[in-house]
Design a protein around this ligand. Structure first.
Ligand SMILES: [Zn+2]
Ligand SMILES: [Zn+2]
Length: 135
């Protein structure tokens, strides 16, 4: 299934033909800022089959805990974050869950950095979860 996605204003659009490997819900403070919400949703997918179908994103870079650079694509008009390109994994693109048009099955999410989750945030007891980043 080819997934499609884009920013809030529609200026930047993409499609992704490859199947995402997983859905990570990250409760770390970086992901909270990145998403301006309670957590970040990341779907690592094969870079092959991913392409921009409309517009031109801008990139913002930061160094992760590993010291490696993460380049985050966002819409220059509305500011929505769309995907990340990890420097150490050039064959992978990490889609930001909320940018996808198709619904995501949250039941399969792997929760990480649960040690940083917001007070009152309830994670389903049968969900895979890690207090920090899994090794
Ligand atoms: Zn936009
Ligand atoms: Zn995070």
């Amino acid at each position: 299934m080819t997934r499609t996605g884009g920013c809030q204003c529609g200026a930047v659009r993409y499609e992704c033909a490859g199947e995402p490997f997983a859905l990570f819900i990250c409760h770390c403070t970086e992901c909270r800022k990145q998403s301006a919400s309670a957590f970040g949703m990341s779907l690592p997918a094969p870079r092959e089959g991913f392409r921009i179908t409309k517009g031109e994103p801008k990139f913002w870079s930061r160094r992760g805990d590993s010291g490696l650079q993460i380049n985050g694509a966002f819409c220059p008009h509305c500011g929505s974050r769309l995907w990340d390109e990890p420097q150490d994994a050039p064959d992978i693109v990490v889609l930001k869950g909320g940018s996808l048009d198709q619904p995501i099955d949250m039941a399969k999410a792997i929760h990480i950095w649960t040690s940083r989750k917001l007070p009152g945030m309830i994670i389903p007891p049968d969900a895979a979860q890690f207090p920090e980043e899994p090794g």
